[in-house]
Design a protein around this ligand. Structure first.
Ligand SMILES: Nc1ncnc2c1ncn2[C@@H]1O[C@H](COP(=O)(O)OP(=O)(O)OP(=O)(O)O)[C@@H](O)[C@H]1O
Length: 323
């Protein structure tokens, strides 16, 4: 029997930080935004929640945080049921959803002071130290006295992260944290996410950018039209799409014949490139067989599959990889 059904893993050491079962949301207009989602986010992971616009990411995040009610299914956050345990769980969860709410006329530091003052559990005597530490964490100490309206989008986003980091957090939930940022701003946020993860915080971030997920995440889930297409370690997801054997040769017809004889599947020739499914045998044997048959081999390799290949293989669809 599942541990969760017996009342959940011990509070201090949940096996998964986010766990949903059959999570479903149908909006009042009838739109089925999330459909039977089983999501498992392991502790310590940087978990990418990937999907094109409208695939149900924001709706899922709102349900995780207890902001909207699921139509069906359950959510466990840090091993506790949501929204029932919201009061004990949410103080341990930092969130950045739909951009931070900031006062432009206040400095970055004073914005954080406001956030900290709004937290009834925050001790006013240590406020100054907390704000300074959060500013330092996101690299805004030098700009702390500037008005927030003079901040770049990337700086505003970092200030939002600083607000989420005023208290120690076990989980950070970030909805499209690099959306709208220029490449420099994106790099800053991604570096910060890696650093936070290295400190032991689990990070759950949504994105519609495949390369972003490949760069920052250890794990990912792929959504399409409200449904989970796949989830797991990023390396495994990419490996799931097996890549292609590529032989470059001036003798493509002969190479194709030999590869078929060797049992290579889906052999196609295009100019001097002959490709096929990666063989189950040693590439050295494939090379030897080609050379023995008189094929002049310029190159032979297995091109690595990307997460994009995996996505296309799984859904039969292309993906918006802009950015
Ligand atoms: N409040 C709402 N009422 C009715 N339908 C909604 C509501 N919010 C979202 N939807 C619909 O639910 C579906 C999923 O939307 P959602 O915002 O969760 O997707 P998303 O993957 O986060 O996309 P985006 O990145 O564009 O926000 C969409 O078809 C959307 O139009």
């Amino acid at each position: 029997m599942d541990e969760r059904e017996r009342g959940g893993p011990p509070e201090g050491d949940p096996a998964s930080v986010i766990d949903t079962r059959g999570l479903t949301k149908r909006y009042r207009g009838g739109q089925l935004a999330v459909d039977g989602l089983d999501l498992t986010v392991p502790a310590g992971s940087v978990f990418g929640f990937l999907g094109p616009n409208g695939s149900g990411k924001t709706t899922t995040i709102r349900m995780l945080m207890g902001l909207i009610e699921p139509t069906a299914g359950t959510v466990r956050l840090l091993g506790r049921p949501m929204p029932r345990a919201a009061r004990t769980v949410l103080p341990q969860v930092g969130a950045l959803i739909e951009g931070p709410a900031l006062y432009g006329f206040l400095s970055g530091r004073d914005n954080l002071v406001r956030y900290d003052s709004a937290d009834p559990t925050a001790d006013p005597r240590t406020r100054h130290a907390r704000v300074a530490a959060a500013l330092d964490r996101v690299g805004l100490t030098a700009a702390a006295g500037k008005k927030a309206k003079a901040y770049s989008l990337g700086m505003k986003q970092r200030l939002g992260l600083a607000a989420a980091l005023l208290q120690p957090r076990r989980l950070l939930v970030l909805d499209e944290p690099t959306n709208g940022l220029d490449p420099q701003g994106m790099r800053e946020i991604r570096t910060l996410i890696r650093e936070l993860a290295a400190d032991g915080t689990t990070v759950f971030l949504s994105s519609h950018l495949l390369d972003e997920i490949e760069q920052v995440c250890t794990h990912a889930a792929v959504m399409a039209q409200g449904r989970l297409v796949t989830q797991g370690e990023v390396a495994d997801l990419a490996a799931g799409a097996r890549g292609r054997l590529v032989v470059t040769t001036p003798d493509p017809a002969e190479a194709a014949r030999v590869l078929k004889e060797l049992g290579v599947g889906d052999v196609t020739a295009d100019g001097d490139r002959v490709t096929g499914e990666p063989p189950g045998r040693d590439l050295a044997e494939v090379t030897a067989a080609l050379v023995t048959a008189g094929v002049r081999v310029r190159g032979l390799t297995v091109e690595r599959a990307s997460l994009e290949d995996a996505f296309v293989a799984l859904t039969g669809e292309g993906f918006d990889v802009a950015g």
